[in-house]
Ligand binder design. Sequence first.
Ligand SMILES: [Fe+2]
Length: 522
Amino acid sequence: MSAEPTEGARILVVDDERVIREILAEFLALEGFNVHTVEDGEKALTELRLRPYDLLITDLKMPRLSGLQLLEKIEQERLGVLTVLMTGFGTVETAIEAMKKGAYDYLLKPFKVEEVIHVVERALYRQRLQAENIRLREALTIYKVSEALSMSHDIEHILDVVLRAALDEVKADVATLHLRDPRSGAYEERIKIVASGDNGNLGNGGIGNGGMPSPAFAVMMEQFGQGVPILAHGGKASRFFTESSAPNDLASFVAVPLQVRGNMVGVINVFSFTQGKKFDEGHRKMLAVLASRAASAIDNSRLYRELRSSNEDLVRANGSLEEMFQQTVAGFAQALEESDMYTRGHSERVAVYSEILARGLTLPDAEVRRIVQAGVMHDVGKIGVRYDMLNKPGKLTPEEVAVFRQHPEKGKRILEPVPCLHPLIDGCWCHHEWYDGGGYPRGLAGDAIPLVGRVVAIADAYDAMTSDRAYRRALPHEVAVGEIERCAGTQFDPELSEAFVRFIDAWRVVMRERGQDSLIPR
Ligand SMILES: [Fe+2]
């Protein structure tokens, strides 16, 4: 007789006496348990292999397979079921012997109903604790592994963490991890871990003597493809290995696939070479969970590596772009200065004064850099203009003034075809605009003039005044500063003028302290 309620613990009752089976089944079912009965040890074993049970209640004396033999088989096959024995007075000692072999408790025949319920409940409580303990331990392992994996993008470290956990968790003698080469499709052993101090347990032909069996990946993949787990013991495991390497001393073997987004990327294999030490379905499931954590970590690590290498390419490209940009700027400045002995060093000094003002204003670094480069490039539009004409002593004719005044517009046109030079256009185009709108080329006023234009305008004027020109000697610092202050609000942004005077004075003090007087205007 069997009862199949959907809820309650699953109990298997084994007794060759039909009456005992029926009585037990009936009142255990009344208590809400899910009871199944069989009449001998062989049938019990078959049933236990087919379905998981929480508790086995078995008679000791039975034909074919006795209770004691059944217990031994359960231990051997790691069927993981808690056992309560039923025995008469004459066999109490055998029952005690059985408990030494792993049985949980025994019931003395004839038994009272309350007694049976009490023992069953105690056994189930213990069984639950054990199961929870195992789940907790597994959860902890998985948690620890997951945490370790999330910290690492190093694939070798990830493989080591995963495989070590696999080996420890199922108490295997050896664990190996093979990864599929994305190019060739071949599986390659990436890491192998041998349990420490286990060499004494390894039989002949095992890893201690004669090398490891080589997995037959085609066979394994076919089985994984059909969703069939690989858990095999002894000779039955041979088919998962290449013929030449089939092991003769393998006690138990589990393989779980590493899958990423439906693709097989590798396999974790665990081996037991210790006779009697077999892996069970619980072990396989645990390994499957580890494998899924590992697969996503490997995927992340590969993604990360790809991401990093593409990022490095980008950084390299950016690096060379930045370098090219600097060279371009320097090249333009060089071309400009070589064509005019009087403005030699002018671009660089304008860049220095622009930087002093920009840094004093605590502008962001990127903005400061842009202003410095604009300072270097501000007069790039003068390339091609006849300097002998522009730098002649005495007054310029109206035609000469008109040519000179084209240089900001020309500078813009020189920079426009080169996208990476676009950030410098404003500095070239707007450094002759006046704050009151009286400048050129567009007659912009106030904040409509880009900041870089207003900064470079002051730096440019200061250097022009403090350097020798074809038409006059350099003016002293105080005169230049006085001129800037006088023109604040008309030619120059008043706030920037005030700031410039302050920062340039401070800079002069610092330069003097450093003994670099030669670099500051007199
Ligand atoms: Fe200029």
